[in-house]
Design a binder for this molecule. Structure first.
Ligand code: CMP
Length: 355
């Protein structure tokens, strides 16, 4: 429990240190700086480097936290962050050694969940991305050839060879349009319009592929996490995988801090809750505590009456909530579970279940 905030803190700390280092590298490229300031900035770089040496030692001594992804080049990044500036200091002459500290740009990749997610998305979508990149290459080369044919006689300086025309093609296809090279012939201008429109289409395809990839990857991760949570609820443990899939899709995970009122007596209720972790208190005349594996909020769903009691979190609680509509679907496809929930509701109301 404690290691998560600690590792989060160290992630932000080392990220901030890398940012300080990189800003110092940038500052050192400013000309006309007095000698003392330059010296201070170099000392700051050494301090940053020393911190990264300590981080490298820690990474080698302390094993990676459980659950951290294997295969991430964490150590490689740490080693580069230390060795590249050291090698520059030892072997590079002139005043450019500090530029090598730009290798610290890799540091944010080290712990970032986002970059790992991006890596998985690119891997999953590699096939399609390569396809679109191939189209990009074809259009780029084709545009350069066409521009060379159409413009070489009018503007030999800009379009006198295919490599020269390639620069125009890149700038136009990416719709950047610096305006340093402009087609003069009518046909060249028509070509420019077509290339620009193709560029919009190709970049749109790239963006679409990545967006879909991200969406699917996040959904997959949510599904895996929810699956683990659902599997922890005893009521669902007897279910087959098909029914579990249905429930995983229906349940919404939620973390509630200690002291929060989850539902209030007298309010109408449109969802019930399963406790994955933590404890809640039900404010009945003789207050009851419910823990992991229990559920509550079912009475309002079954009877349609207002909440019979106020329920609050005793500790931080991990919950899975099930909305009324999904409860109806679950009841029809899994009558056993629905029966257990109904029986518990009746018991809680002090009534004897009818057989
Ligand atoms: P609901 O009435 O929807 O909202 C309050 C919830 O508290 C209720 O559903 C039950 O899930 C729960 N609850 C009410 N009375 C008891 C009880 N005696 N023991 C355990 N839980 C209860």
């Amino acid at each position: 429990m404690l290691s998560r905030p600690l590792s989060k803190f160290s992630m932000w700390f080392y990220g901030a240190v890398a940012a300080v280092g990189l800003l110092t590298v940038a500052a050192l490229t400013v000309p006309d700086m007095d000698g003392q300031t330059r010296l201070d900035l170099r000392v700051l770089l050494v301090v940053v480097w020393a911190i990264f040496v300590l981080q490298l030692i820690q990474a080698m001594v302390v094993p990676r936290a459980k659950g951290a992804e294997a295969g991430m080049p964490v150590i490689v990044i740490d080693v580069l962050a230390v060795l590249v500036p050291l090698a520059a200091f030892l072997f590079v002459s002139g005043g450019d050694q500090s530029l090598y500290c730009a290798v610290w740009l890799l540091k944010p990749l080290r712990d970032s969940i986002f970059f790992r997610l991006l890596g998985r998305v690119v891997k999953n979508e590699a096939h399609n991305l390569i396809g679109v990149t191939t189209i990009f290459g074809i259009v780029l080369f084709g545009a350069a050839v066409a521009a060379y044919v159409l413009e070489r006689d009018v503007q030999p300086d800009q379009f006198g060879s295919i490599p020269k025309a390639m620069w125009w093609a890149v700038v136009t296809l990416s719709t950047t349009g610096y305006g340093d090279e402009i087609p003069r012939t009518i046909a060249g201008r028509v070509l420019a319009g077509l290339v620009m429109m193709s560029g919009i289409g190709i970049f749109g395809l790239w963006a679409g592929l990545l967006a879909t990839g991200f969406y699917e990857e996040v959904r997959r991760q949510d599904f895996v996490r929810n699956w683990q949570l659902v599997a922890a609820v005893p009521l669902f443990q007897t279910l087959g995988s098909a029914a579990l899939v249905e429930i995983v899709r229906a349940l919404r995970p939620r973390i509630v801090p200690a002291g929060t009122i989850i539902c209030r007596q007298g309010e109408s209720g449109d969802q019930m809750y399963f406790i994955v972790e933590g404890r809640v208190s039900v404010a009945t005349p003789n207050p009851v505590e419910l823990g992991a594996g229990s559920f509550f909020g079912e009475m309002a769903l079954i009877t349609g009456e207002p909440r019979s009691a106020t329920v609050s979190a005793v500790s931080e609680v991990s919950l899975l909530s099930l909305f009324s509509v999904d409860f109806q679907i679950l009841s029809s496809s899994n009558p056993d579970i629905a029966d257990t929930i109904r029986r518990t509701a009746l018991e809680r109301r002090g009534a004897t279940p009818k057989s």
